[in-house]
Design a binder for this molecule. Structure first.
Ligand SMILES: *[C@@H]1O[C@H](CO)[C@@H](O)[C@H](O)[C@H]1NC(C)=O
Ligand SMILES: *[C@@H]1O[C@H](CO)[C@@H](O)[C@H](O)[C@H]1NC(C)=O
Ligand SMILES: *[C@@H]1O[C@H](CO)[C@@H](O)[C@H](O)[C@H]1NC(C)=O
Ligand SMILES: *[C@@H]1O[C@H](CO)[C@@H](O)[C@H](O)[C@H]1NC(C)=O
Length: 233
């Protein structure tokens, strides 16, 4: 199988912070999505260095789209996000493993099809951040971003979401940065901190470590994604 990334040069790239690039996807050709795993109906298209994700099912059929890689703990993930059709909601899943620390694709786990309870209250462990929460009226009249830790529907952090409605986006992309550093998580948009989480005092089960990451969308959201990178801290 051909992975969409990591030429030798990229794998050796480091920042001044001593970080190492683990994964970069510029969505620059049709092989960019090779190895990605869709759960639930998604229409994923790549063009002009942009990944466009839209739901492809009924109004209440949502999707989770897993990257082909398993990542270690202590990573920084960045991407650019542009909502182009609302309402809807975007999420980012990270540190996903089975509850016993194995693969989320272990055949002994329950089947999943994008329906949220299968992810937050079942046999997988993960953190999941929701942003651009515009699916329901109560989300649209007060814009917040949430971090939940699962298994369990544990809301562990929350902050105001500065991303505007589609009509005011005017072609802008919003740079999202998630840092997952052992017990600490931060979530930023355009360098503005929305929330942070320190998993030292919550009674929410074992600390989430390394694992898989995914993009999730709730209909009828259509959104563009660019320049997805994962750096090892
Ligand atoms: C796409 O980008 C990757 C690096 O992200 C590069 O290695 C590859 O050559 C590019 N492909 C095309 C068709 O430009
Ligand atoms: C899938 O997305 C592409 C590009 O966004 C769009 O042109 C096409 O109509 C969509 N197809 C379906 C079945 O939704
Ligand atoms: C392609 O992307 C560039 C850079 O983001 C943008 O300026 C241009 O309008 C896009 N072209 C199309 C056809 O979407
Ligand atoms: C997904 O599974 C749930 C049961 O967990 C079911 O209610 C729902 O209809 C399924 N959705 C799709 C798109 O198959």
């Amino acid at each position: 199988m051909r992975w969409p990334i990591v030429s030798t040069i990229l794998a050796l790239a480091t920042t001044s912070m001593g970080e190492t690039l683990l994964y970069r996807n510029t969505f620059n050709d049709t092989s960019a999505l090779q190895g990605w795993v869709a759960e639930g109906p998604v229409n994923a298209t790549v063009s002009n260095n942009t990944l466009t994700l839209a739901g492809a099912g009924g109004p209440d059929d949502y999707f989770v789209y897993w990257l082909p890689e398993v990542f270690p703990d202590r990573i920084r993930i960045t991407w650019e996000f542009q909502p182009i059709q609302e309402p809807g909601l975007a999420m980012f899943f990270f540190g996903a493993t089975s509850v016993d620390g194995g693969s989320i694709f272990d055949p002994s786990l329950k089947p999943r099809n994008g329906s949220y309870p299968q992810y937050h209250s079942s046999d997988i462990r993960l953190l999941h951040a929701s942003y651009f929460r515009r699916r329901w009226p109560e989300e649209r009249n007060f814009h917040v971003a949430n971090l939940r830790k699962s298994p369990g529907f544990n809301l562990v952090a929350q902050g105001a979401d500065p991303i505007p409605s589609v009509e005011d986006v005017q072609g802008a992309y919003y740079k999202i940065e998630v840092v997952k550093d052992k017990r600490e998580v931060t979530f930023k948009v355009n360098d503005l901190l929305l929330f942070s989480f320190d998993d030292t005092k919550t009674d929410t089960g074992p600390v989430v470590r390394g694992g898989r990451i995914a993009l999730r969308g709730m209909q009828p959201l259509i959104a563009n994604y660019r320049n997805l990178e994962v750096w090892k801290l």
